[in-house]
Each structure stands twice: as C-alpha cells, then as structure tokens.
Design a protein around this ligand. Structure first.
Ligand SMILES: Cc1ncc(COP(=O)(O)O)c(C=O)c1O
Length: 414
C-alpha cells in the first residue's frame, strides 16, 4: 500500500485531550507536550463514543493489513503527516511441538514483531511519534536507546526529513549502532546505561532545543505500541489470550496494550476479559520484579544492571507505576529469568520450531517455562509470547565445519 493512501480517503480523528497518568490533569490536544506538570507521562484520550459510532468492527475487513487500519484509535490528524514504511500486521506463530511437550491442551503463540520495518516493534511507537512530530512542526528529535528504538527513530526521521540525534550505551549491539548511522542519524556511544543517556538528552534539550523522544516522555509512542493489543485481539477473533508474556524494559508495550484493551472494550470490540499481563525481566536487571514482590507502587533504580538481552536492560522506568498497575490489575505477575535460561530458550525454539527469536523474545519463553514449573500459569492456558525483534540482528551460532570441494567427500560421514 502506498503510504499516501493509508486513510482510504477521508480521515476522521477522535483525540479529545491528553491526560496526566498520575493526577488526571487535562492538557489540550494538537500542541507540543512532554511530561505533565507532575513530571509523569501523558496519555492520549479519545472520544470513544465517537469511535464506537464511526467504526463498526466490520469496517476493518476491507482495510489494508497495516497498523493504520486502526486509524480512528490513533492520534495523527492529517494523512500527509504519516511517514509509513509499511507497518505490517505481524503474524501469530504457533509453537505446536513445544506446546504438545509442555502444555497438553494449551496453546503457545508468538507475536513475531521482527517482521516490522527496522526489524523490531519499536517501529510501531516511532512511526506514531515521528508522524506526530511532523504534524506538530518538530525539526530535530533526540533519544536515548538500547538500540532498536534508535534505529526506528532514525528511519522514520530520515523519511520525514527531521534531524535525529541518538545516544546509546557503548556496548549496544553493533548492528543497532550501524543501522542508526546508516539511516542518517548522529549516533553517540556513551559510557553508561540508557538512563545515563537519557540525562544527556534532557540536558541537550535545554541548550540545543531538540525534542526529547525518550520512552513515555513523548506521548505518542505508546499509541503506536497500543496497536499490538488491538492487532492480537483482532487476530484471535476479538478475544484476548489468557496470558501475555512481555519483555519489559521501559514497558511502553505493556502499558500500551493495557490501554488498548480498555479502549477496545469501551468501543464494544471486546468484552471485559483481560489477559494476565506478565512483565518479564532479566535476573541482572529486574526492578519491576523487585517492586512487584515488595508490593511497591514504584521501582527504584537497579544498580549494576547487566544482561545479554540489551533491550530490557533498563534500570529505571519513568512509567514504573503504570507497568505495576497493569500487571496487578490483570492479576498477572513480574518474573526474572537468568541469562543462561535466555540463551537456552533461544536455542530451543530455533531448533525445535525453526523460529529465531531475539534474546528479549527468548526471555519470554524462558519465563513461560518457569511459570509453568512454578504453577503460576496452567497448562491449558492460551499463552502469547512477544518476540520484539528479528533474531537476525543478534550474534548467531558459529559454524566451523568446512568442506574442501577439490577433495573426495565422504558423504556418508556428513
Ligand atoms: C528487542 C526488545 N525487546 C524489548 C524491549 C523493551 O521494550 P519496552 O520499552 O516496551 O519495555 C526493547 C527495548 O529496547 C527491545 O529492543
């Protein structure tokens, strides 16, 4: 689908205002915003009755298979501001062998987000953030990143003609750093973690005047991530799964899906059933798990954060209370898995099912197994794991078997 006809013609939008996620204070739509006056994320609110009237479920049938099919539930007002790169509906890939081995009677599905532009689910958030930046006249965006978000911002900024500056920890996967640079952004390697990079972005905001596009400081990335929840419900025939395992760093996707389910119920697309939301973290960086277990509303910084799953190496999240609230309201839980379990989970799914996960996606499978063993979920559950990026971005197994084609080959020994 060419991106200029994504609306299919006329565009009706339903944003009514923005709202502080902590105090409920209202802010006008169609203006530039960062955090609320209370220093908390702003959430976009819609005229849901208007959407209910304008969008019967059946209307979706004839729309293209991209996230723009849910345009009434998204904030972009003018079609010319959409900077699409082909945000396809991502498939639900079943893991039938593993399910029959571990969970007789249950169903194990992977939402494979690696198929999106820039190879990760960050495309969903950034296509909305950059489209809204274009709509609001922003000319320079900056962000801290563990890799994939920076790559997606660079790509969409290139497309929109917006200048992009990106800061990432100096051990960010090389492929991410290079794809950011290839897509025209200025990228800097910083001797610290993502929150240290975030401080540089905030400081530069005052002097350079770039727009701070950090997770949840910018109100529209969450609206893009929300489409994961809408999409999976539609793919399941407007049902939700019993459990969702989500690899949680900043938590935008988890918070976004939780918001999506509430909006879908309000417009009459789904009922009151909710999945148990499970926040999956790495044992070397598990601030949400610690806060969940302590019964706290906020999650203090995790010191000495380390894990092979760099996307979830987020020591402190500004939306901590929103993540914990969604997990608790859904009767879900937060769970940590070791790097060893992440690596063996990655190998297991690749060898047994032919699906190459990213380390963060593998963490969700490791958490699924651990939760089955602990009895926190049941074998008959319909479970959805999130594979957030293509496994091809990450270091793969080394191959050392060579053949000299000029010598006789003993095929029987191969
Ligand atoms: C592959 C991957 N998985 C998971 C995450 C965490 O996502 P979120 O910020 O929505 O918690 C990231 C973020 O960088 C990521 O790149």
């Amino acid at each position: 689908m060419p991106d200029h006809d994504w609306t299919g013609g006329a565009l009706q939008t339903f944003v009514s205002h923005l709202e502080c996620s902590l105090t409920g204070e209202r802010y006008p739509a169609d203006q530039l915003h960062g955090l609320s006056r209370a220093g908390r994320p702003l959430l976009v609110r819609y005229d849901l009755d208007g959407i209910r009237r304008a969008l019967p479920r059946a209307a979706l049938a004839s729309r293209p298979q991209t996230l723009w099919r849910y345009r009434e539930m998204l904030p972009v007002r003018r079609p010319e501001n959409v900077v699409a790169l082909g945000e396809v509906v991502t498939p639900l890939v079943s893991l039938p062998r593993i399910a029959s081995r571990l969970a007789k009677g249950g169903e194990l599905l992977v939402k494979d987000e690696g198929r999106l532009p820039t190879g990760s689910f960050k495309a969903r958030g950034l296509v909305l953030a950059v489209s809204m930046a274009k709509e609001l006249g922003i000319s320079h965006m900056a962000m801290p990143t563990n890799g994939n978000a920076g790559a997606a911002m660079a790509a969409y900024c290139a497309r929109a003609g917006i200048k992009a500056t990106v800061f990432c920890p100096d051990d960010t996967p090389a492929v991410n750093v290079r794809e950011i640079a290839m897509q025209g952004a200025a990228v800097y390697l910083v001797d610290g973690l993502i929150d240290d990079c975030g401080k540089l972005v905030a400081e530069g905001e005052k002097t350079v005047g770039w727009f701070n596009c950090s997770t949840l400081r910018e109100p529209y990335r969450i609206e893009g991530k929300k489409t994961m929840g809408i999409e999976l419900a539609e793919q399941l025939g407007w049902e939700v799964p019993d459990v969702i395992f989500y690899p949680t760093g900043g938590g935008t996707g988890l918070i976004g899906m939780w918001k999506a389910f509430a909006e879908l119920e309000a417009i009459g697309f789904i009922g009151s059933k909710r999945p148990q939301m499970v926040a999956v973290q790495a044992a070397g960086c598990a601030p949400m798990v610690r806060a969940f277990e302590n019964g706290s509303e906020h999650a203090p910084r995790w010191e000495d954060a380390h894990t092979v799953a760099s996307g979830i190496r987020v020591p402190r999240a500004i939306g901590d209370f929103l993540i914990l609230r969604a997990v608790r309201e859904s009767k879900g839980f937060a769970i940590a898995v070791t790097d060893e379990k992440i690596s063996s989970a990655l190998n297991e799914v690749a060898r047994e099912e032919g699906l190459l996960l990213c380390p963060e996606g593998a963490a969700t499978y490791a958490a699924y197994k651990q939760s089955l063993d602990d009895g926190r979920i049941t074998k008959t559950d319909r479970v959805m794991l999130f594979n957030c990026a293509t496994g091809l971005k990450y270091p793969l197994a080394k191959v050392d078997r060579t053949l000299d084609r000029h010598k006789p080959i003993d095929y029987a020994k191969l």
